[in-house]
Write a protein that binds this ligand. Structure first.
Ligand SMILES: NC(=O)c1ccc[n+]([C@@H]2O[C@H](COP(=O)([O-])OP(=O)(O)OC[C@H]3O[C@@H](n4cnc5c(N)ncnc54)[C@H](O)[C@@H]3O)[C@@H](O)[C@H]2O)c1
Length: 444
């Protein structure tokens, strides 16, 4: 099948590459000339495990190509997938500017029947707006061509995006036109050979499903973070509670980790956008509002603890392990590390940070500044620091040499926002260890 993917970011590039890998002919379109030029030379704009080899082999076979030309792209695919960004607008609602521009591009140039697929995360009613935008463009051209708009939200996780795309839990299709449904079922058939995973529903239901999924996951995280505060007060280890409730199959273990809050390009903005939709319909989501409040507070909880323990942070040096919003990605959008760094800088502290992948992204975001040192190793980051703060649970942080950490730190202090260690272990090495939802260990 020939298909076009509009927007070659995390979702567009991964989806395009995986669809090409199944034998489809794919054209990925973007407005970013540098990104397209780099991709044509095999340079990927993002880090995503396994993606480089999928892109490479499909570029080599000629099944995956990249374009800046909207007209060529509208001609190429019967299916036109929209995977552009939907950042938060000033009021928190999803900014649909890019989605509607993409829809207009298709309407402006499509030569005949097209199925336009919304893969971007978009509020309820967006498929109707996309349809109207395409119809407007066709009217401007004075033509009447058949087309269909489908909502097909994406559920892939950064850090495991290729795997998720190849083996999706479910494929949600908001489709009300049998011809478009048949085409998309055919497209996705190779991804569900083992069992059928397609859920067909109305377009509006598909749009809401995507927000509901992220809102539920964010709720689990904030619930645990809220509970962690109580656990600390009553002398309970939140990890015991997590295991105790996660073993209930009705609850399950996933997304029950207390920590320094959720971040990334999706949860914060999707929670905000859903809150906004609810308010617009005079049906405010009170629970979700609290989820957001807890998370905002949680992102800087480690800095508050550092202040309580060290006093003024002015002139202090804090080591930071982890910049990416989660492991296996270089994405720092809304990352808790940013809230931590910005609040340390506001206090007059210097940050000495280490991340296995995201240092370049950090440099791109913050530039060169005297109060930011990007270290080449975890131990280098710690040298001469007044405390170590851990915000991302990269594997390489799980079994560090506590003796080496202790010998390099000015003050033997760890603030762990990911509960990576059994509290007794760092304490055994003479380190004072603060984590989330557990009592402090090793304190003098
Ligand atoms: N990143 C994720 O993990 C993830 C997961 C599921 C869903 N989503 C959703 O998917 C959508 C895309 O997210 P992303 O993280 O891939 O975004 P991104 O910012 O990484 O990529 C978007 C790309 O679209 C391009 N673009 C913008 N306007 C365009 C146009 N008119 N024509 C062609 N290209 C255009 C941009 O240049 C950019 O390269 C968002 O709605 C997001 O919420 C993201």
């Amino acid at each position: 099948m020939n298909l076009t993917v509009i927007g070659t970011g995390y979702v567009g590039l991964v989806t395009g590459a995986c669809l090409a890998d199944m034998g489809n002919e794919v054209m990925c379109l973007d407005v970013d000339a540098t990104k397209i030029a780099n991709l044509r030379q095999g340079i990927l704009p993002i880090f995503e495990p396994g993606l480089e080899s999928v892109v490479k082999r499909n570029v080599e076979t000629g099944r995956l190509r990249f374009s800046l030309d909207a007209e060529e792209a509208a001609h190429f695919g019967v299916i036109q997938m929209i995977a552009v960004g939907t950042p938060p607008d000033e009021d928190g609602s999803a900014d649909l500017r890019y989605v509607l521009a993409a829809a207009r591009q298709v309407g402006r140039f499509m030569p005949d029947y097209r199925v336009i697929v919304d893969k971007s995360t978009v509020p309820v009613g967006t498929a109707d707006k996309v349809e109207a935008a395409v119809r407007d463009e066709l009217a401007l051209r004075g033509v009447d061509l058949p087309f269909s708009v489908v909502s097909n939200p994406e559920f892939l996780k950064e850090g495991a995006a290729v795997e998720d795309c190849m083996k999706p839990d479910r494929i949600v299709l908001g489709v009300e036109d049998p011809q478009a449904e048949a085409l998309l079922r055919e497209l996705y058939q190779p991804f569900q050979r083992n069992h059928e995973r397609t859920l067909v529903m109305s377009r509006r239901a598909a749009e809401l499903t995507k927000y509901a999924a992220n809102a539920m996951l964010a709720t689990r995280i904030s619930f645990m973070n809220d509970l962690a505060r109580v656990a600390e007060k009553v002398g309970v280890d939140i990890e015991d509670v997590r295991r105790g409730i996660g073993s209930d199959p009705r609850i399950g273990y996933s997304f029950l980790y207390a920590g320094t809050g959720y971040g990334g390009s999706c949860f914060p903005k999707d929670v905000q956008a859903l809150l906004r939709t609810a308010e617009e319909h005079a049906a405010p989501l009170r629970l979700l509002r609290a989820v957001e409040e807890v998370n905002d507070d949680q992102k800087t909880t480690l800095v508050r603890r550092a202040r309580e323990r060290l006093g003024s942070l002015r002139g202090k040096r804090l080591a930071l392990w982890g910049l990416a919003f989660k492991p296996n990605t270089d994405d720092m959008r809304e990352a808790p590390s940013r809230a931590v760094m910005e609040s340390l800088w506001a206090d007059g502290a210097t940050v000495s940070a280490y991340d296995p992948i995201a240092s370049d992204e950090c440099r791109r975001l913050y530039g060169d500044r005297p109060d930011l040192v990007l270290a080449a190793s975890p131990l280098e980051a710690v040298r001469g620091a007044d405390a170590l703060i851990i915000v991302t649970e990269w594997k390489e942080f799980r079994s560090p040499s506590f003796a080496e950490i202790k010998s390099r730190l000015n003050t033997p202090l760890i603030f762990d926002g990911r509960n990576l260690y059994e509290p007794a272990v760092p304490a055994r090495y003479g380190l004072e260890y603060h984590s989330i939802g557990r009592t402090v260990s090793g304190a003098a």
